[in-house]
Design a protein around this ligand. Structure first.
Ligand code: AMP
Length: 313
């Protein structure tokens, strides 16, 4: 869509690390708090929830848009990953609407630090000028489970770029979606393990009306596959409903829901302890995280939900 006369002005875009650092330095000189919402673009309402939360916490909100080659496996969709730059800028501009100054929020109070949104969109050459970095962050054992088992190296690539983004921006807070629960867990642990001075905020999953978690990959789904994709969240609801009867029954109920849909190929369904991200056993009681990953007509989708387990006995 081309911008019209009435469209809100696009937010400013920094393409270099030096550029974003100078914007942050300037904002900090005015007392601004800074929050970062890292994304790979193809923005939807889930991403915008991160931006809204960032806006509650900070004066300067930085939305990074970077499709990170390091976290894609050789047979994954890096080249095919949706890139929707113009629409992304329009969506972000709409959040800062009713301003003539691109990127400025309308709720700025007299005398307070300027409140604005800036996009940080480095190219691959800016982030990896010497090719893929030799130095990598390792997420350890948990990075090899679940998503890590299906996508070897994914979390190390993700943690490495998150570390680079945090170091480039040096925000007070960084936003991550609960939709990618294992990612949020590993980022929190990296921040703790490496004493990074940033608060990690997990933002609740934004869903379609039928329960499907919003994802940039949903646009790969055909109409038929889109109808079947609700299976993931529906299975999690079955797990939650059966959770008072214990882990085994809860998992069986979820699996039965997946098996009812021939178009959905289950990768994993698990219930983990949110403190350790390890599968719980039958003795576990209390809040836990149910995780699901499945292929719907070739598109790999993930979801999760909090469930409350109580042993059957
Ligand atoms: P991505 O662009 O897919 O790397 O996602 C960027 C951030 O947005 C990650 O922290 C995701 O967890 C988060 N996110 C993606 N989808 C959703 C959603 N449906 N609800 C909330 N956060 C989301």
């Amino acid at each position: 869509m081309s911008p019209t006369a009435s469209a809100p002005p696009a937010p400013p875009v920094a393409k270099t690390i030096a550029g974003i650092r100078s914007i942050v330095k300037d904002a900090r000189a005015h007392g601004a708090r800074v929050a970062l919402a890292p994304t790979m673009g193809a923005l939807h309402d889930g991403h915008l929830a991160l931006v809204r939360r960032a806006r509650e916490l900070a004066d300067l909100v930085i939305v990074s848009i970077f499709v990170n080659p390091l976290q894609f496996g050789p047979n994954e969709d890096f080249d095919r990953y949706p890139r929707t730059w113009d629409a992304d800028l329009e969506a972000l501009a709409a959040l800062t609407a009713d301003n003539t100054d691109g990127g400025a929020f309308s709720d700025h109070a007299e005398g307070a630090p300027p409140r604005r949104l800036v996009v940080f969109a480095p190219g691959v050459d800016e982030m990896y000028p010497d090719g893929p970095t030799q130095t990598r962050i390792s997420g350890g054992d948990v990075a090899a489970l679940f998503e890590g088992e299906s996508r070897p190296g994914h979390f190390d690539g993700m943690l490495t770029v998150v570390a680079k983004l945090l170091n480039s921006v040096q925000p007070d807070a960084a936003m991550f979606g609960q939709k990618d629960a294992q990612q949020a867990f590993l980022v929190r642990r990296m921040v703790t393990d490496l004493n990074l001075p940033v608060a990690i905020e997990a933002v609740p999953t934004v869903r379609e009306a039928d329960g499907l978690a919003l994802s940039s990959r949903n646009r790969y789904l055909s109409d038929d596959a889109r109808r079947e994709a609700v299976t993931l969240s529906a299975a999690l609801q079955e797990v939650a409903a059966a959770a008072p009867r214990g882990t085994a029954e809860a998992l069986a109920a979820g699996r039965a829901r997946v098996e009812a849909s021939s178009a959905v190929k289950l990768d994993y369904l698990a219930i983990v302890d949110p403190q350790t991200f390890r599968s719980v056993d039958e003795r576990y009681r209390g809040p836990a995280l149910a995780l699901i990953a499945a292929r719907v007509d070739g598109t790999r989708l993930i979801d999760n939900a909090t469930v409350v387990l109580r042993s059957a006995g």
